[in-house]
Ligand binder design. Structure first.
Ligand code: ZN
Ligand code: ZN
Length: 330
């Protein structure tokens, strides 16, 4: 009996525990769900709800609308800048195993950010710190997530480009990120925190299993997508660099002595510049926020300003987004 119950746990057959919360860490019924959301008291994974603000172009793409190549490129830059900034800041709490940004646009998943650490103690450190922090004028909403194996949480149809629910799918549609770009962020993390690499790894067995399974899957997927990714990345980096260059011109800071300059591409901010940007995450935003609100300039209820409410069931989904980012439109 006990065995049967444990087999059913978190599946559709389980009438007590919510399978969506168990698998994805998010359920569209949220607190009104009739099944139990078993919130973990510790985990390697932190979910930061609604942290990423999709640009109007990304929302349009997630709903299957077409946009120009230029707009798609801008959206990609917007996303990559966010990914880089957040990755490197979250890495200051501990060694990151994975960082995922949802491409979903349903109310319970829009802009959700999952960060999985190698160690639970580091996830705890991250959670405690983020609770009092702001990003983009919104207080962060971090929580421990039950999800430690993203392969079960991600939408398989989306990966194959066939999800009919597009952005409104209840499984994770992980926004794609170029592999070389991602690799360069991991490299930067280990450069800034050599202690992550050097210390002895005291992973649990399940972590190891999880990791090797994930690596195998990633390898399979990467072989399939490597070409596309390379193409997209080389385009995106060059424009990314240009964008950063414009920004950096203003700062006129020499980065010749930066320890990153050797390995990172010239477009990267050095750590001082980044710290300056990250300082904006601080509590001061609270005050700033109130000032801005008082002047009536900003709607700060956590919603974005455009058409996310429109009904979806578009046949062309987020995969078009990929396709459009990869292939120039004619
Ligand atoms: Zn639920
Ligand atoms: Zn899907």
């Amino acid at each position: 009996m006990a065995e049967k119950l444990s087999r059913m746990y978190g599946t559709e057959e389980d009438k007590v525990n919510c399978p969506f919360y168990f698998k994805i860490g998010a359920c569209r019924y949220e607190n009104k769900c009739l099944r139990i959301h078993n919130r973990p008291s510790e985990s390697q994974t932190i979910l930061i709800k609604h942290m990423y603000q999709n640009s109007p172009t990304e929302l349009a793409l997630a709903q299957g609308n077409r946009v120009s190549e230029e707009e798609a490129q801008k959206a990609l830059n917007h996303y990559e800048e966010f990914y880089e900034e957040v990755f490197l800041e979250l890495a200051s709490y501990g060694e990151i195993d994975d960082l995922i940004i949802c491409d979903n646009i349903g109310d319970h998943m829009k802009g959700n950010v999952y960060v999985k650490y190698v160690r639970e103690s580091e996830a705890l450190k991250c959670l405690m710190s983020l609770k009092t922090r702001y990003y983009d004028k919104q207080q962060l909403q971090p929580e421990f997530s039950p999800v430690t194996d993203f392969s079960n949480a991600k939408c398989k149809q989306y990966i194959e480009g066939q999800c009919k629910r597009s952005g409104y799918c209840n499984y994770i549609h992980s926004k794609p990120i170029g592999r070389p770009f991602r690799r360069s962020l991991f490299r930067q993390m280990y450069e800034e925190h050599p202690e992550y690499k050097n210390r002895s790894r005291s992973r649990s067995r399940s972590d190891d299993d999880d990791r090797s399974k994930k690596k195998r899957k990633e390898k399979e997927r990467s072989e399939k997508h490597e070409k596309d990714s390379k193409k997209r990345h080389s385009r995106s980096r060059s424009s990314h660099k240009k964008h950063k260059k414009d920004k950096d011109k203003k700062k006129k800071k020499s980065r010749s002595h930066s320890k990153h300059s050797k390995s990172a591409s010239p477009g990267y901010k050095n750590s001082e510049e980044r710290r300056a940007e990250i300082a904006k995450w601080g509590e001061d935003d609270d005050e700033e926020d109130m000032k801005v609100n008082a002047s009536g300039l900003v709607n700060n209820n956590g919603t974005t300003n455009n058409n996310e409410q429109s009904d979806s069931n578009n046949k062309q989904g987020t995969h078009d987004y990929l396709a459009q980012l990869v292939k120039p439109q004619n």
